[in-house]
Design a protein around this ligand. Structure first.
Ligand code: ADP
Ligand code: MG
Length: 323
């Protein structure tokens, strides 16, 4: 199978929203008149971002999900994406699964594949997404203010738990398949991002762990924050994934996964206390749980406290590809 047959067979579908899709030198997009185009790229490298054994349909889902998550964090509505793909060989089973997982998520979000590039090489997947947002309404990292509440969507830590099991940690009873699905098929919080426009003062998606991604909000906003770790733990304790063979909840490991795990693709965001009802309504409208885990402070830095307000020591660092 040649390059163009591969593209035609697995990636070319008639454009429905875009004026021009796959097949010409450029694609043409038609964002709503006057709207800003929101653009983001994310690359997935074998061995770095995924295991070579992962199900290709799940990989197709994840490659797009991590990009849609960036649009969600900005409150942008997905429009289209491009796919730059390096493949060691034209493996039809792999391509069939990958494109199926990719298009299932794309269709669920009305986000069209409009172009890309295909080349031979070590497996590497780079997607660029395009979204639209009305001028002035994008959720940015720099808007958090002292006194704002600190919120997260969904649950955190499961992807890290699954990764640790792949690295040899004993498998927790019951929770592993669910944690693995969270790692391999994350849910981009697009509907929540849209519902938080005009409500959240700042937002980011949690790709490198809560502490790290919240850190970006704090730096951009010139503020600090306090996280109540007892509440942070409750957001995942229900899932029971961190209960070990002896029935004990491993709180220290769970806290590390929640605060520094990475690969969660939830949203961390801030909003004034007066907007609590509006935030909860946005969560309900988006069918996405939201949990208030702390507050934004004037003093820089991140403080962790327990349920009694006492400081909790930190024994882990934020994720950094080059650290
Ligand atoms: P060019 O020579 O202009 O770079 P290519 O020959 O690489 O274009 O690709 C031909 C067409 O197929 C272009 O419209 C391109 O956007 C599209 N395309 C290539 N690879 C992919 C892919 N993996 N997914 C979707 N579209 C692709
Ligand atoms: Mg090309």
């Amino acid at each position: 199978m040649g390059e163009f047959e591969l593209i035609d067979r697995y990636f070319r579908r008639p454009a429905t929203r875009a004026p021009l899709g796959v097949g010409d030198d450029c694609a043409l997009l038609a964002p709503a008149p006057g709207s800003h185009l929101a653009v983001s790229s994310d690359m997935l490298v074998e061995g770095r971002h995924f295991l070579s054994t992962v199900d290709p349909a799940r990989l197709g889902h994840k490659a797009l999900a991590v990009n849609l998550s960036d649009l969600a964090a900005c409150g942008a509505r997905p429009l289209a994406f491009t796919l730059a793909l390096a493949l060691p060989r034209a493996d039809t089973t792999w391509l069939e699964g990958f494109s199926r997982g990719l298009f299932a998520l794309a269709d669920a979000h009305g986000c069209e594949l409009v172009g890309g590039d295909t080349t031979q090489g070590p497996l590497n997947i780079c997607i660029t997404v395009f979204g639209e947002v009305p001028p002035g309404q994008a959720l940015l990292r720099g808007g958090a203010r002292a006194g704002d509440d600190l919120w997260v969507s969904g649950t955190l830590g499961d992807a890290r738990l699954a990764l640790e099991v792949f690295r040899g940690r004993p498998v927790p009873p019951g929770g592993f398949e669910a944690a693995r699905a969270r790692m391999e098929t994350p849910t981009p919080r697009v509907a929540l991002g849209l519902a938080l426009r005009g409500i959240a003062t700042a937002a980011a998606d949690v790709s490198d762990g809560l502490v790290g991604d919240l850190g970006h909000i704090l730096t951009a906003s010139g503020a600090g924050a306090t996280i109540d770790t007892s509440v942070a733990l409750q957001t995942i304790a229900e899932s029971n994934h961190f209960t070990m063979g002896n029935g004990n909840f491993d709180a220290s490991f769970a806290l590390e996964c929640v605060l520094a795990g990475g690969d969660d693709y939830e949203l961390v965001f801030t909003a004034p206390p007066a907007a609590r009802d509006a935030v909860r309504a946005a969560g309900q409208a988006a069918d996405t749980p939201v949990t208030r885990i702390g507050c934004i402070d004037r003093a820089p830095g991140l403080r962790l406290i327990d349920g009694a307000g006492q400081p909790v020591p930190r024994h882990f660092a934020a994720f950094d590809h080059f650290a």
